[in-house]
Design a protein around this ligand. Structure first.
Ligand code: UN1
Length: 497
């Protein structure tokens, strides 16, 4: 496997942007380590990529779905072969520790094998007709060319959540990775084409907002799947709505972990450290609110502080590092700004709270694992997504209050409740407004074969992952076969007035 690929892939040819423009990407843990200069693509590049995808669609969509599944299986095999080398480059590019980027690749492997098996299902329905000698069924058709726009925090897994089911269903793809993870996207693309995807079935265009909006606005792109910020998602939704395109949005979260007084605090502690500070808190599923019963509040936050203070921060490709940097200067500044807002609102910085310093971290964007206590439900730090290692702690005194506080936000992606009370756990499964609820586990850790997505401001009603994502990537075709040999009029011939 190559270490770095700095070109677009259009119709099977690796190439620079038409204008020759590039953007630089650096290692967030070692800013002096420049990864490369990648094509800053524009309308012309996107147009070429969409044209290639459209022309490949003719044969790809007609290939038997299980034959497409065979290629997906080979992609899974190649990802397995290159797991460590790919993970190393991902950590270098976006910062999370090597053990986490290996998990990211594993999620892609699981998604590949799962999508391969779905190519042997892609179920439709057969149902009785209201008329004699007539057969009714629905089948699934691919949509056409799909635009895939993704974030940097899961630079391999999340693109595959979109591309693998899209390809399995017979669509072709134009993929625009995040500007902060272009190399991971390019290496993934190379593995996918090496596994046998025909030219034009998958096209890669690197770039920022310009490339993204060219893709969304292209009249020959039939569907767009996006993971990223709420602001960008809203713009994409507006454009797609105007152009009658199908679109799937995965956006922000402010995920609560509710801890009731009867919870196993040792288990809670492990779950909070992983949920709040894993991936440096930069998951859309990260635990960003701890909603804790007053009886166990003090003990829990003090034990949590000890664990947060002891986390080993550094460059994720080095041994024993537990938490990496945040993605870039802008990300770090946003987090620090929110800490100022929190203090002004009356929250207490109970642990962390500033940029980390030291020989090991001075050349990167590192923020200390931070715990804010005395947070109340109306504060901005309790309601807005910070996307960093910051946990806001809210104290409650009953289950009902916990649910009210948990639901008092515009988002609804993931959630958790820790309790030994079975009835309370089952009530919470229904009461928490979120697409995902974990019982006695952290808010992170979705599995590839389960539906993934959020309610309220997090998304627009679609699910990724699992079987439900195939609904998004297919159109239903209804087919009637009349073998009576005569004209039969539905709603008329079978009704006597
Ligand atoms: C994301 O942050 O966009 O459930 C995805 C999880 C991961 C996926 C996160 N498997 O935390």
């Amino acid at each position: 496997m190559k270490d770095v690929i700095t070109q677009n892939l259009i119709g099977g040819a690796w190439q620079d942007s038409a204008s020759g423009a590039t953007f630089k990407n650096i290692n967030p843990a070692r800013n002096s380590d420049e990864i490369g200069s990648f094509p800053e693509s524009g309308v012309e590049d996107v147009d070429d990529a969409v044209r290639a995808a459209r022309s490949a669609f003719k044969t790809w969509s007609r290939m038997p779905a299980p034959a497409r599944g065979d290629i997906l299986r080979r992609i899974g095999d190649l990802l397995t072969e290159h797991k460590s080398a790919l993970a190393f480059q991902m950590t270098r590019e976006m910062g999370k520790p090597f053990f986490e980027t290996k998990g990211d690749v594993q999620e892609a492997i699981d998604t590949a094998y799962y999508a391969a098996t779905e190519t042997r299902r892609l179920f439709g329905h057969t149902v009785p007709s209201e008329l004699p000698n007539k057969f009714n069924m629905s089948i699934r058709r691919p949509i056409g060319v799909v635009g895939v726009i993704t974030a940097w925090n899961f630079p391999v897994a999340v693109p595959t959540w979109k591309m693998f089911p899209a390809l399995a269903a017979g669509n072709t793809v134009v993929f625009k990775p995040s500007e902060d993870a272009p190399n991971s996207g390019a290496l993934l693309t190379k593995i996918m084409v090496d596994a046998g995807l025909p030219d034009g079935v998958l096209n890669l265009v690197q770039g920022g907002a310009g490339a993204g909006s060219a893709l969304v606005e292209h009249p020959d792109v039939n569907a767009v799947s996006f993971t990223g910020s709420t602001a960008t998602g809203s713009k994409i939704g507006e454009a797609c709505g105007r152009m009658h395109k199908r679109f799937s949005l995965e956006m922000g979260g402010k995920n609560p972990a509710i801890v009731m007084a009867d919870a196993d605090l040792d288990l809670v502690l492990e779950g909070l450290v992983w949920g709040a500070f894993g991936t440096t808190g930069q998951r859309c599923t990260a635990t960003s609110r701890l909603i804790v019963h007053e009886d166990v509040h003090d003990e829990l936050v003090s034990r949590l502080k000890q664990r947060a203070d002891a986390l080993r921060i550094g460059y994720g490709n080095e041994d024993k590092v537990e938490m990496g940097p945040v993605i870039n200067r802008k990300g770090a500044e946003k987090i620090l700004h929110y800490l100022e807002i929190g203090k002004e609102e009356g929250a207490t910085v109970y642990a962390g709270g500033k940029r980390a310093t030291g020989a090991d971290v001075d050349d990167g964007w590192f923020i200390e694992p931070t715990i804010l206590t005395d947070v109340t439900p109306e504060m901005r730090v309790a309601r807005e997504e910070i996307f960093g290692p910051v946990l806001s702690v809210l104290k409650i005194s009953s289950y009902e209050e916990a649910i009210d506080v948990a639901n008092n936000i515009e988002y609804g992606l993931s959630s958790a409740i820790y309790t030994k009370d079975v009835s309370m756990a089952f009530r919470a499964m229904h009461d928490i407004e979120a697409g995902i609820t974990y019982i006695n586990g952290p808010t992170i850790g979705a599995e590839a074969h389960m539906p993934f997505g959020g309610v309220k401001g997090t998304g627009n009603g679609h699910r990724e992952g699992g079987w439900e994502v195939f609904e998004f990537y297919t159109e239903t075709k209804t087919v009637y076969v009349d073998y009576s040999g005569r004209l039969q009029k539905a709603q008329i011939d079978n009704v006597e007035d």
